[in-house]
Ligand binder design. Structure first.
Ligand code: NAD
Length: 499
């Protein structure tokens, strides 16, 4: 059985706690490795070493730090297939999708190649007689990244690239379900020139997270995961005086107006609803067509598209549309939610519950499911399903559809499909959601913007990656400097000895 340890001071090390978590192959249901769960002593050692390494790293000029990001970007590209395979092997997503996972992380590394421009600070000369003011951006020190299972490459890269290029050291605690990709990324960073100790990958579970939240050396926490954990981490980090940005779960709606191109809307819904088995925080899980005619026409287009989807292991070829979900518990939860939808009176138009694949009977597969006539009081509407289940809530008017989106407790992403610019503008302006797509189903902003939801999808006040990340990972120090007048005042023209 493969044993996965930690990355400490530039080396892969074995865990010593004696505690492990199982890493599954989601396609077969078998345990493929065990990952060490760090003890307090291991975590404290990693933090102490990171604190030492951070001093020299922070003193390294920003352009040299950026060059490490340049070399890192090149190495990610050179190792794209290896990274993608690792992502697929532990997560179960298809290889093309896994390459996208790496690519959207790489794009954040690319922006961090220009980090010096974002670290420049501010300057005002002659703010008073002989007085200049300047504000410096200085790294926080040692920060922590705590990441979810669903993007094993992208989200660790969203955390590490801005934090490190701003001069911090980072303790990364990846999801214990997908630990290997972060370890390979750490090796590539070392190859790119990152000094040992500046990035430590400490595998673990709640105990390590709590250790990070309570450790006095840790200055900032960047978390991505489910809403209850995000809220817990935000609260405990704040109580301990740390800055924290904690991104949580989602329930993303797409409004389809009667004037929308319904074929394009249906294609978009199938991609955004079922890609990565629905395990994306920006997945569209609720379609909201406006008007009965639109709703009927949409269902007519969705059903054949969904029935054609090919579900299977990533090893079955590049034409597989999506793979298994992450764990047996997740599979059971999703199947239970589909049952609850039926019990509560929604119409199950496509039923993925009976899905079986020869040779993979114990895999964590769920076939694609489509519900119509869903209402806001049903569990399948209220909960983040995080599986291959698309629900349709029929709205009478645009205002009803907008109200549904706005009343939802989550506010990560949303989209509208329409041919009318005025409706699109009105939607983008009024909706209380952080990321909005117009005829675009998964509006994950490009890496020179920044990513963050509203309402219960995020706790904290700055977004991740882009310019906000540099605000988050640096402290501002403002200097007011006065220089008294020198020899030019009252200067003597006589040749005389110096006093
Ligand atoms: P999760 O909350 O279970 O785990 C996230 C991290 O928190 C992991 O590293 C895990 O080890 C740790 N953790 C789990 N339970 C903990 C506890 N009780 N105390 C302390 N730490 C704990 O999330 P997940 O299942 O890995 O990921 C899926 C969730 O992440 C979904 O809700 C999804 O919407 C969300 N997500 C959000 C974003 C975003 O940017 N908003 C992006 C991706 C995923």
């Amino acid at each position: 059985m493969q044993e996965i340890g930690h990355w400490i001071n530039g080396k892969l090390v074995k865990g010593t706690s004696g505690r492990f978590a199982e890493v599954f192959n989601p396609a077969t249901g078998e345990v493929q490795a065990k990952v060490a769960l760090a003890s307090d002593a291991e975590l404290n050692h990693a933090i102490a070493e990171a604190a030492k390494a951070q001093v020299a790293w922070a003193a390294t000029n920003p352009q040299r730090r950026a060059r490490v990001m340049m070399a890192f970007g090149a190495l990610i590209n050179a190792n794209m297939d290896k990274l993608a395979e690792l992502v697929s092997r532990e997560h179960g997503k298809t290889l093309p999708d896994a390459r996208g996972d790496v690519q959207r992380g790489l794009e954040v590394v690319e922006v961090c190649m220009g980090a010096p421009a974002m670290l420049k600070g501010e300057y005002m000369d002659s703010a008073g007689p002989g007085i200049d003011l300047y504000a410096m951006r200085q790294p926080l020190g040692v920060v922590a990244g705590i990441t979810p299972f669903n993007f094993p490459a992208m989200i660790p890269l969203w955390k590490m690239a801005p934090a490190l290029s701003a001069g911090n050291a980072m303790i990364l605690k990846p999801s214990e379900r997908v630990p290997s990709t972060s370890l390979l990324l750490a090796q590539l960073l070392q190859e790119a020139g990152l000094p040992d100790g500046v990035l430590q990958v400490v595998n673990g579970d709640k105990a390590v997270v709590d250790g990070l939240l309570d450790h006095p050396v840790i200055q900032g926490i960047g978390f991505v995961g489910s809403t209850p954990i995000a809220q817990y981490i935000y609260g405990r980090a704040a109580t301990n005086g740390k800055r924290a940005q904690c991104f949580g779960g989602a329930k993303n709606h797409m409004i389809i107006m009667p004037d929308a191109d319904l074929d394009k809307a249906a294609d978009a819904l199938v991609g955004a609803g079922f890609g990565a088995a629905g395990e994306r925080c920006m997945a569209i899980s609720v379609a909201v067509p406006v008007g009965e005619k639109t709703a009927d026409a949409l269902i007519e287009r969705l059903v054949p598209r969904i029935e054609k989807l090919k579900v299977g292991p990533y090893t079955a070829g590049e034409d597989v549309d999506f793979g298994p979900v992450i764990t047996k518990a997740s599979q059971d939860r999703i199947l239970g939610l589909i049952n609850s939808g039926v019990d509560q009176g929604a119409k199950l138009v496509v039923d993925g519950r009976g899905f079986k694949l020869q040779g993979y009977e114990n895999g964590f597969f769920v076939g694609p499911s489509l519900f119509d006539n869903v209402t806001a009081d049903m569990e399948i509407y209220k909960q983040e399903i995080f599986g291959p289940v698309l629900t349709q809530v029929r709205a009478k008017t645009y205002d009803d559809a907008l109200k549904l989106v706005m009343d939802n407790e989550y506010g990560n992403g949303t989209a509208i499909f329409t041919a009318d610019g005025d409706t699109a503008r009105d939607f983008a302006s009024r909706v209380n959601v952080g990321m909005v797509g117009i005829n675009f189903p998964i509006p994950v902003p490009l890496s020179y913007f920044s990513f963050g939801g509203w309402k219960r999808s995020a706790f904290g006040d700055l977004n991740q990656y882009g310019p906000d990340a540099f605000r988050f990972y640096t402290k501002t120090k403002t200097v007011t400097a006065r220089w008294f007048s020198g020899i030019k005042e009252g200067a003597s023209l006589n040749f005389k000895a110096l006093d």
